[in-house]
Design a protein around this ligand. Structure first.
Ligand SMILES: Nc1ncnc2c1ncn2[C@@H]1O[C@H](COP(=O)(O)OP(=O)(O)O)[C@@H](O)[C@H]1O
Ligand SMILES: [Mg+2]
Length: 363
């Protein structure tokens, strides 16, 4: 694959705070690369540096091999010469312009009169199913329509790079799914190189050809969604792909000792050192009405029910372990699991976890 974007040692600070900290990143031509991380980890700042809306303190950015920013050679290509499309979290449509004028705006600033005459604006509006809204003003549109128009505006100039900053965050759940699918479809048709920022793991896994997990202005792991989901490289990444249970272990007397008197043989965790943590997905916990017999390939825990929340196809169950630490389980709603919802808070529940579901790291 040809490299679409190469970012080397990108650094950006505000005052004495470093927000992007020596970030390295390669985005392949034609892929959607997702930056996933918590609020404040530097995602938007990274995107704004790519766009040319922020001047980095250090480092370089190349698009298809050509520098658009390089602190060594003092290259800094202005935003309107970078051939990028941007879609912001807050739509950022011009309220005094019609939909047609909003979508046409990137063509105007690039002086692409011919494209306007040839119907690129109408085509972009049709792509997002808003061809009938061209004469309206943003205030006359729903949130979903506004975000679709913002998408059309980001794509209208047929940019080689599209930057999307939390494009779904302002939409309600149903619309979010629709627009997410539309972004995927548009990408399949148009094959632009995209960097998409989100704090939502589900969105990241669904949209990213590859996903970079960000922490404190750096990339913690960059991988395919499958690799991140199945084999997170660090505890931080595991937490980010939904492993919300965390067990702490200390090594003593040749075994790992965990919470509530739990002990496992040393090889089970596959970790060196004296301290370890294991992360576990809620749906990897199995609940039992009566304690099953001990197995040598699973943990067995005595827990107490706190809440069981019905979710249609699943039930989210919160439990406490003896030492008051919490466990989160997700079970099905089939007949064999119906007993869970009949329990009162405080009822004892046995929990088993196969050893292979433990993702363990040095503590
Ligand atoms: N223009 C600015 N001036 C000062 N601090 C800023 C500015 N922009 C962002 N920051 C700070 O940089 C950090 C990272 O911000 P941002 O890149 O927006 O994070 P994210 O998009 O991951 O939530 C935050 O602590 C934020 O307050
Ligand atoms: Mg942000």
């Amino acid at each position: 694959m040809v490299t679409g974007i190469t970012v080397s040692n990108l650094t950006k600070g505000f005052g004495s705070t470093t927000v992007v900290d020596g970030l390295d990143l390669e985005v392949e031509q034609g892929e959607i690369l997702v930056l996933l991380g918590p609020s404040g980890c530097g995602k938007t700042t990274t995107l704004r540096c790519l766009a040319g809306l922020e001047t980095p303190s250090e480092g370089s950015i190349r698009f298809d091999g050509t520098p658009v920013f390089d602190d060594g050679t003092r290259v800094n290509v202005p935003i309107n010469k970078r051939n990028i499309g941007m879609v912001f979290q807050s739509y950022a449509l011009w309220p005094h312009m019609t939909v047609r004028q909003n979508i046409a705006y990137p063509l105007k600033v690039r002086r692409m009169k011919k494209a306007i005459a040839e119907g690129w604006v109408e085509r972009a509006a049709d792509m997002v199913h808003c061809g009938n809204l061209l004469d309206r003003y943003p205030a006359q549109l729903s949130g979903g329509q506004q975000q679709r128009i913002a998408l059309a505006r980001g794509l209208v100039s047929q940019p080689s790079v599209v930057l999307l900053d939390e494009p779904l965050s302002n939409l309600d759940a149903k619309l979010r799914d629709q627009v997410r699918t539309e972004i995927r479809e548009l990408h399949q048709q148009l094959r632009f190189t995209a960097v998409l920022v989100t704090h939502d793991q589900e969105e990241a896994l669904a949209l990213g050809d590859r996903v970079a997990i960000m922490k404190d202005g750096r990339i913690e792991q960059l991988d395919t969604p499958e690799a991140l989901f199945l084999a997170p490289a660090t505890e931080y990444v595991a937490g980010f792909v939904g492993m919300s249970n965390r067990l702490e272990w200390t090594r003593s007397d040749g075994t790992w000792a965990g919470p509530a008197g739990l002990r496992v043989p040393v090889p089970v965790l596959g970790v060196d050192g004296d301290r370890a943590v294991s992360l576990i997905r809620p749906d990897d916990l199995t609940l039992h009405p009566a304690k099953p017999g001990a197995a040598d390939d699973a943990l067995l825990l005595d827990a107490t029910l706190v809440t069981a929340e019905y979710g249609g196809r699943h039930v989210d169950v919160t439990l406490t372990l003896g030492d008051a630490s919490r466990l989160h389980a997700r079970t099905g709603t089939g007949a064999s699991e119906a007993w869970i919802r009949t329990l009162q808070p405080g009822a004892p529940v046995a929990v088993s976890v196969p050893h292979r579901s433990l993702h363990s790291y040095r503590g």
